[in-house]
Design a binder for this molecule. Structure first.
Ligand SMILES: NC(=O)C1=CN([C@@H]2O[C@H](COP(=O)(O)OP(=O)(O)OC[C@H]3O[C@@H](n4cnc5c(N)ncnc54)[C@H](O)[C@@H]3O)[C@@H](O)[C@H]2O)C=CC1
Ligand SMILES: O=C(O)C(=O)Cc1ccc(O)cc1
Length: 366
């Protein structure tokens, strides 16, 4: 794969910005061009050296691209295809990052653009939006689903897989219908559940807002994604309506079963609910790839148990590194107890490893 390619971006927020940053880092000779809705995003991207050229519309310049990434909300991505059709070259890989795939594939089929289109969906991200929150590490170790059109050549698909791998993501080829059923269950329904739960609490609260005040760990854990972009999620839900309705029906039935079990005082059934979910949830690794938050943790040999935590956290704090979590771990993986230190982001983890090694700590990265 050549390294001096041109990549175009339409939409340059959390996901587009993160992919552009990763390309800039791994391919310093690549040329990056972009169009987004707001001029301030383009100016920011130019100032931060994320892109080389900015355009206020989908101009002829996109005809020079070896890759075009559609990184706007899903309806906007599909609506750009018609304008791109006469511009793109025969070897251009046209891809998107949208959370739904059937809608855009159907538009590609109608327009006869199957030879160029490989659907894409990096299974990474967060409730945040905008290029200011983008990070070159965002897609690292995350599955990057690819849904090639039937007419895409093996050579083009290989190029796209190689690009995703070289940006440190893990390509995973899926049929686009299957993709949309899977994401309805593991991503779209959970967003609906989080938002309806938050709104239920808001509507059930008293005037003093005691529920809001007391809302604790578990509630916050499962409702983080209720802070996601309404514009983006309305479009995802509309585009994947049929699949979401199917899994929503199953979910409503399971809630009704819980209600019956409670009414019937069926303790066994309630116990089974929690024990089955515990077993399955524990089998999903928090460090594995996917839309679950990535964990940036390191392990250090303890120098002395009593002052160990204090000494290490002082070294990190005085060097401007924030700790998300710190604690002593005893398990079979390590001979002696070790300190587990968790960070908010990859950069902090990398800085801490280098720093602690300079202080002669033995550091394990897992
Ligand atoms: N947020 C997440 O965690 C993930 C989102 N996605 C998908 O990625 C896409 C982008 O999402 P984010 O980056 O999170 O959103 P974002 O809100 O951070 O960025 C969206 C970008 O699209 C631009 N845009 C919006 N309407 C436009 C228009 N009409 N013309 C040109 N540009 C326009 C905005 O200016 C912005 O640059 C969506 O399709 C979403 O389904 C995929 C994986 C994860
Ligand atoms: O914030 C989270 O945990 C997410 O679920 C992020 C996310 C949002 C949309 C996607 O299509 C994929 C991942």
């Amino acid at each position: 794969m050549k390294s001096d390619f041109t990549a175009g971006f339409i939409g340059l927020g959390l996901i587009g910005g993160s992919i552009a940053r990763a390309i800039r880092f791994f391919y310093p000779d690549a040329r990056l061009i972009a169009h987004t809705r707001s001029r301030s995003t383009l100016d920011y991207a130019l100032d931060e050296n994320i892109i080389d050229e900015a355009y206020d519309g989908i101009s002829e310049a996109f005809g020079r691209c070896d890759y075009i990434f559609l990184c706007a909300p899903v309806e906007t991505n599909a609506s750009c295809l018609e304008r791109l059709k006469p511009l793109i070259g025969a070897d251009c890989i046209l891809t998107d990052v949208g959370s739904t795939k059937t809608d855009i594939h159907e538009k590609v089929n109608v327009l006869g653009m199957q030879k160029n289109f490989i659907g894409g969906h990096p299974m990474a991200g967060s409730e945040k939006t905008g290029i200011q929150n983008s990070k070159r590490h965002l897609i690292e170790n995350a599955y990057y689903v690819l849904t090639p059109s039937e007419e895409v050549s093996q050579e083009m698909l290989k190029r796209m897989e190689e690009l995703a791998s070289s940006l440190k993501a893990i390509p995973l080829i899926l049929d686009y219908h299957e993709h949309d059923y899977i994401t309805a269950a593991i991503s779209h329904l959970p967003h609906i559940i989080a938002s309806t739960l938050v709104n239920l609490v808001r509507d059930s609260d008293n005037e003093k807002e005691t529920m809001r005040t007391m809302a604790a760990g578990g509630f916050k854990d499962i409702t983080r994604i209720a802070s996601s972009s309404p514009e983006m999620w309305e479009q995802i839900c509309s585009a994947n309506r049929d699949n979401i309705i199917k899994v929503l029906d199953n979910y409503i039935n399971s809630l009704i079963s819980v209600k019956f079990a409670l009414a019937e005082q069926d303790a066994g059934e309630i116990y089974n609910l929690f024990s089955a979910s515990r077993e399955y949830r524990n089998s999903i690794s928090d460090t594995s790839s996917g839309p679950l938050k990535k964990v940036y943790a390191i392990y250090c040999d303890m120098v002395d148990e009593a002052g160990g935590i204090a000494a290490l956290s002082t070294i990190l704090a005085t060097n401007g590194i924030s700790i998300k979590n710190i604690g002593i771990v005893h398990n079979r993986e390590f001979e002696e107890a070790v300190l587990r230190v968790e960070f908010y982001e990859k950069e902090a983890e990398e800085k801490a490893v280098a720093l602690l090694r300079r202080y002669r700590y033995t550091v394990y990265e897992r």
